[in-house]
Ligand binder design. Structure first.
Ligand SMILES: [Zn+2]
Length: 319
């Protein structure tokens, strides 16, 4: 059974695999094996697989794997507290559909400033410390956390993409919602491929737009231009682009990940990337050439995900 949450011995807190991934790339977590099962008094060792992979796709999405035996009292071992299943009868075909109560991920557009602050990190990982930390864990485990700890907030497009891939793989995608500013939308309809649609026909609210794009280096950053454009009122296809400034990269806590990914893209003879960006495309007019173009404004690197290849499952078509 997959684990949604594990206890990090380095952070001394319960975290999900996506947060573990961000903590790894920001340097707060250094050992992919320094996790234990979140169950009561359980010392089963847990590894966060793929935490060290700079790319993500169907095969390398970060997730927890349990090694060793669960404790006798472990809830994970004895029942299923982290995933409450409610069986409801499907209509018509009599098929039973499983609905998880905790299907909503909250997508928070601004990461709290305390996100990367951890309480008195102990970098010494010898055996005695490990025991002490496990005791600490047991004392702090509460029922509430077991129930709610994994209905976590998501702070980046990268994590939304990662969850999308995970939910697709475990076939729960149809029951998954993402909540933004109080409004819930199905995961699948939260993504929109840029494919020469009419700009005016696009939804009012911001979404994650994605597609292949050219990545060009400029003195002040990178210009990302989607291969496909969007149509204006008269049916003319306009280019869609945005800019990732050096300043934005410089102040990003997971800079290492971004620079590693972009570096592997810039060595290509024709640098292209599979890009996701959260926002709403807007029609602009160049002040110098008065040419029209479509732009996303990027204020935070959490709102963009740049990949060397498409992480999306091959078979799937999302709108
Ligand atoms: Zn356990």
């Amino acid at each position: 059974m997959p684990l949604d949450v594990a206890y990090s011995l380095e952070i001394e807190d319960f975290i999900d695999a996506d947060k573990a991934y961000e903590f790894y790339w920001s340097g707060l977590i250094t050992n992919k094996k320094a996790f234990v099962c979140p169950g009561d008094s359980c010392k089963a060792q847990v590894t966060c697989a793929n935490i060290d992979e700079e790319t993500q796709n169907m095969r390398v999405v970060p997730h927890f794997r349990i090694y060793g035996e669960h404790g006798e009292k472990c809830e994970i071992f004895n029942k299923i507290p982290l995933k409450i299943l409610d069986l409801v009868g499907g209509e018509g075909n009599g098929e039973k559909k499983s609905v998880e109560l905790s299907v909503v991920d909250s997508f928070i557009l601004v990461r709290p400033s305390s996100y990367y602050e951890i309480r008195d990190k102990n970098t010494n990982s010898n055996g005695n410390d490990l025991k002490k930390k496990i005791n600490y864990k047991s004392k702090n485990l509460t029922y509430d956390l077991m129930q709610n700890g994994f209905i976590s907030s998501v702070y980046s497009v990268r994590t939304i993409v990662s969850r999308y891939l995970r939910y697709y793989a475990d076939k729960s995608i149809d029951n998954r919602l993402v909540n933004i500013s109080g409004k819930s939308v199905p995961y699948a309809s939260f993504f929109k491929l840029i494919w020469e649609q009419d700009l005016e026909s696009l939804p009012e609210n911001s979404l994650i737009y994605y597609g292949w794009a050219y990545v060009d280096r400029y003195e002040k950053g990178y210009k990302v231009k989607f291969k496909k454009g969007l149509k204006d009122k008269s049916g003319v296809v306009l280019p869609v682009s945005f800019f990732i400034s050096n300043d934005l990269i410089e102040k990003y806590p997971i800079k290492k990940l971004v620079t590693k990914r972009i570096a592997s893209i810039s060595i290509m003879s024709k640098p292209t990337a599979f890009v996701f960006i959260y926002g709403k495309p807007k029609l602009k007019k160049s002040a110098t050439t008065s040419k029209e173009y479509i732009n996303f404004s990027l204020y935070n690197l959490d709102m963009v995900d740049v990949n060397t290849d498409s992480p999306m499952p091959k078979k799937i078509k999302i709108n």
